[in-house]
Write a protein that binds this ligand. Sequence first.
Ligand SMILES: [Zn+2]
Length: 232
Amino acid sequence: MANRKVNVPGRRNGNLVIIGDGDIRPYNKLLRVRCDCGTEFQITTSGFVHTKTCKKCSGRILSERAAERRKTHPNKGRTKPSRLYRMWTNMGTRCNNPNNRAYHRYGGRGIRICDEWHSFKQFEKWALSNGYREGLTIDRIDNDKGYSPDNCRFVTYRENNQNRGNNRNVTYNGVTKCVTQWARELGIGQTVLCYRLNHWSVEEAFTRPIDYRKTGRKRGTESRNKTTSTSD
Ligand SMILES: [Zn+2]
């Protein structure tokens, strides 16, 4: 800690220079110091070791640093994080923080974020060139796969909820079950079933054979359906 030699006038720490002895307090002998900006004040010897500027200057340096950081990390400064940045951090907590209340539906069942998107810059770049708009939310095309450019798109909140099989009930032949259960029972992917239900009648959605060439869905979705029903 405080070396006794620091009490010497002329000794410098950062912008502060000792200019002489200060007041004597019951437990402390203060030093009189001057900041490079001209401000003079008194400080304890141990305080001097840990202080490099006067209060005014340290405030200025902090705000300069924050401004600098805002340039390089747009959302790590003191500004309100952008919506996209919140989306990115929320994605991270759902997948990585067991204390998050949605964790069991994400990280808890193996939903991961691709390496590329561990960088916000990369995620932002992808989002902005793939249809991100205010009011849209990120959607995983295949609910059993992670967050990556080939499995994600931007949809409205309503669409996103419709694709969440476990809160959408469907009645077929007088039996009501959620889409997740139906998909398992029918042996087809939940994503495909959702897509069908959004476009066709329940009857059709449940009975029409799957023609992979005609579904027009992304490749990732199809390949999963061939090996379906073991996941989860
Ligand atoms: Zn100063």
